[in-house]
Design a binder for this molecule. Sequence first.
Ligand code: ATP
Length: 271
Amino acid sequence: MLATDNLWFRYQDEPILKGLSLDFSRQPVTGLVGANGCGKSTLFMNLSGILRPQQGTVQWQGKPLDYSKRALLALRQQVTTVFQDPDQQIFYTDIDSDIAFSLRNIGVPEAEIARRVEDALTLVDAQSFRHQPIQCLSHGQKKRVAIAGALVLQAKYLLLDEPTAGLDPAGRTQMLTLIRRIVAQGNHVVISSHDIDLIYEICDAVYVLRRGELLTHGAPGEVFARRALIEEAGLTQPWLVKLHSELGFPLCKSEDEFYARMRAMPVKEAS
Ligand SMILES: Nc1ncnc2c1ncn2[C@@H]1O[C@H](COP(=O)(O)OP(=O)(O)OP(=O)(O)O)[C@@H](O)[C@H]1O
């Protein structure tokens, strides 16, 4: 279980996270949305124990998080963060060494490292560029390598900060596929993103933050239907929700579902 219980966090005297009680274990994919500066990255750093709340707790496996060095090391094998900028977490020039780094650090046997690296690179579709120097990769390829670096730890929770930022449409589609594959393996994913259409399509639950406070939460279809609240959070509704609420089209979860349902509808003759 990964959750927060009445969590408050301040930088100096400025409260940033205000009494957040959130549960990331209820659904496979949870979205975190809110305007710039509402505290999403700060929350991720609290969840991985990089920052420590002044009040309230991060709940891990049913208990308040233990901040001893040993406990934090164990936590970060189970809860891994993939930052927005892949250059922040790639250290080596060759992909295999970079991905194996964290495993060597914790003394995993070499044969096991080789197996896990192989599996992670396959999962993120990186086999075709595996032997290229990292500095020659595109932004989207680097993002996939950064995710592979988190996946080798076989973490139960993957925290993705802006997974689609800087990706072209094909890269964005690949990211959606990758998130679904990670979830299909029984893991939880938490996504912080300004890509509201991505959050709507892929998440099972959404938390909406406004200036560090929880404004609303629930299933994406219900949350994003609350237009006034969404605008209060400094966000806009996903395009599929707008089509539903403004024009009365059926509420669809994805673009593919929308087109399939439109094609199946009888076409009215123009008069
Ligand atoms: N190290 C720091 N010291 C002081 N204030 C900080 C620090 N880091 C962030 N802040 C402030 O905390 C607030 C929340 O920042 P945070 O990066 O968590 O927001 P965010 O929701 O992730 O923003 P964005 O959507 O722009 O990535 C902002 O007002 C920011 O200026």
